[in-house]
Write a protein that binds this ligand. Structure first.
Ligand SMILES: Cc1cc2nc3c(=O)[nH]c(=O)nc-3n(C[C@H](O)[C@H](O)[C@H](O)COP(=O)(O)OP(=O)(O)OC[C@H]3O[C@@H](n4cnc5c(N)ncnc54)[C@H](O)[C@@H]3O)c2cc1C
Length: 450
């Protein structure tokens, strides 16, 4: 075998798999059709963060100076350059780390074409075959085709295509109500674009505590974003200079641009058509165990491909897979999977998030409001933290909306994963002035879940 491990896809999950494999002493090759960094650097996280930060700066400058926010808005070309520079920077840093650890990188499109065999195609016809004892697919997700919506890349677009517009549109329809949809709605509205969010379900941000999701919704609406719930969009098409989206029930919405933030699906195109089907496919997904093992003993899946849809989750599944591979090579059993709890953070302005599983009974719900904080006398900030504390004093879940959510989540997830009780956490003095200080105050409201 040429390699111990071959990884397809150099996004967050593929990079982490490669680093963990090299550190475990395995001969590793990483193959990617995009520059290292993948969609994280060039399509998803990094661009979304630049949009958000640009919008936030415009609003903050306006709040500080009162000068019309339009005066501060950089041209789309400037934002595009920032996004490209940040993506390249991210990619360069990751490449350095991979090189330092001895990972071989091949740029091309990989397909599993036989047992422990990958065929890499480069632009044009040139192909290369390589073999590895283990293959790890970290190919992420891509947008699936939605019947009734034809994405033209010009006015009916995916988020990554926003930067290809020649100027800011006056109005945008965002199709979807999940994290990306709300993040882009928040950022574009801060960038002075009129936004309408068309959401299929009865709340934005499914997966988030309903009360907190409604608070995010009210904040977005207060900033002028129109939110339409309960109506899936069934078609979007160009009519003259407008895009017209039609929701079930024939309601129509018109704007200059429609952005599709829904229907991402796993990307299995790395499997050649001649490969045998997996014995245990369920609902169109390849079944895996907690280590990412499939029914094919040498094939593992990691990252957003298996629904681990944040960088920390992707890294976690990558490490588990490499641990199992290293154990198998050493004829040992893999270490038991740790049940680490990772927060979901939604980068609206201000951010929202959720961690853990909300218990249905035998818990207290503690409500904290930032208005109690000494920090609020220095800075005008507001927020709402909900903690679910079990009978044993263990924090079971947290949901929050407000500035500094990242900071609070870091503290709370550390406590949850280290088994620190709510009582011990709230008695620890935290640095001042910080949002985490909130935890050393008594909650403003307590509810019992019996
Ligand atoms: C708008 C947006 C904002 C986000 N913000 C955050 C955030 O703030 N924090 C966070 O933690 N997460 C965020 N995420 C999620 C995060 O981007 C994903 O969790 C992460 O990108 C998943 O990494 P991955 O490696 O699994 O997949 P990807 O990044 O999609 O990488 C997969 C790579 O594999 C390549 N590939 C696919 N098929 C092949 C093939 N056959 N041959 C070779 N290469 C192939 C792809 O081109 C790609 O480069 C965001 C996502 C979106 C959409």
């Amino acid at each position: 075998m040429e390699y111990d491990i071959a990884i397809i896809g150099a996004g967050a999950a593929g990079i982490e798999t490669a680093l963990a494999a090299c550190r475990a002493g395995l001969k590793t090759v990483l193959i990617s059709d995009l520059p290292v960094g993948g969609r994280t650097a060039y399509a998803d996280m990094v661009p979304a963060r630049i949009w958000k930060e640009t919008g936030r700066l415009i609003q903050e400058s306006f709040n500080l100076t009162g000068i019309l926010p339009f005066e501060y808005r950089p041209s789309l070309r400037e934002v595009k350059s920032s996004i490209e520079a940040a993506g390249d920077d991210w990619s360069v840093q990751e490449q350095r780390e991979l090189a330092k650890n001895g990972v071989t990188i091949i740029e091309g499109s990989a397909q599993v074409t036989g047992i422990q065999t990958i065929t890499v195609s480069f632009q044009g016809e040139k192909k290369q075959k390589l073999s590895a004892r283990f293959i790890v697919a970290a190919t992420g997700t891509s947008y699936s085709i939605i019947p009734g919506i034809t994405v033209d890349g010009k006015r009916i677009i995916y988020p990554k295509q926003f930067k290809s517009l020649s100027d800011y549109p006056e109005t945008v329809l965002i199709l979807g109500g999940g994290c990306s949809a709300c993040e882009y709605a928040s950022a574009l509205s801060d960038l002075l674009v009129e936004v309408t969010l068309l959401c299929e379900g009865d709340q934005i941000l499914p997966g988030l505590d309903r009360q907190i999701a409604e608070e995010v919704q009210h904040e977005l609406q207060a900033r002028g974003i129109v939110i339409e719930l309960n109506h899936p969009v069934i078609s979007a098409e160009l009519r003259g200079k407008s895009v017209v989206a039609v929701q079930a029930g024939e309601r129509t919405f018109t704007a200059h641009v429609a952005m599709i933030c829904m229907n991402r699906t796993h990307d299995y195109s790395f499997l050649a058509e001649n490969m045998p089907l997996f014995s245990d496919q369920s609902g169109g997904n390849i079944a895996i165990d907690p280590y990412g093992r499939t029914s094919i003993p040498w094939l593992f899946l990691v990252g957003s491909l298996i629904g681990d849809d944040s960088l920390s989750q992707a890294r976690s599944s990558a490490r588990r897979a490499v641990g199992a591979i290293a154990a198998e090579l050493a004829s040992e059993l893999p270490r038991p999977v740790d049940s680490c709890t990772i927060p979901m953070l939604i980068s609206t302005n201000p951010p929202a998030g959720m961690i853990g599983t909300i218990p249905s009974c035998n818990a207290k719900v503690l409500h904290y409001y930032y208005s109690q904080l000494p920090l609020t006398r220095i800075r005008q900030i507001a927020g709402h933290l909900k903690l679910w504390v079990g009978l044993t004093g263990k924090i079971e879940a947290a949901a929050l909306f407000g500035e500094g959510a990242e900071e609070l989540f870091a503290v709370i997830s550390l406590a949850m994963n280290a088994g620190i009780s709510y009582g011990d956490l709230s008695s620890i003095p935290l640095c001042s002035p910080s949002v985490s200080e909130l935890l050393s105050h008594p909650p403003m409201k307590v509810e019992m879940l019996l």
